[in-house]
Design a binder for this molecule. Sequence first.
Ligand code: SF4
Ligand code: SF4
Length: 99
Amino acid sequence: MPDSKQTQTTERPLEYVRGGAIHACATSRLLKTGSWRVFRPALDAEKCTRCKLCYWYCPDACIHLTEEAVEIDFDYCKGCGICAHECPTKAITMIREEG
Ligand code: SF4
Ligand code: SF4
């Protein structure tokens, strides 16, 4: 049962997402975490078997599967590297952002 603070958080999530706490579901949709990424995933399409593990493991749900490809939404990718760690064919490697 949510308390009054949690209810308020759902209405104004941007004010409550400091630190590592998760106060409400789906707040990541409001925050473009890609702006502070240090590393980014680079995909080698020839190694990808479309097993979908990266899609299921990405904590920000920013990996999308189309008919032809695996696509990463870099507005929301925070560069955690979980997708690269879980990819069974090593189709994803983490590379340092430039600049
Ligand atoms: S985990 Fe690797 S092989 Fe599987 S869909 Fe993602 S990139 Fe492709
Ligand atoms: S690096 Fe992290 S946030 Fe970015 S696509 Fe991979 S799992 Fe998702």
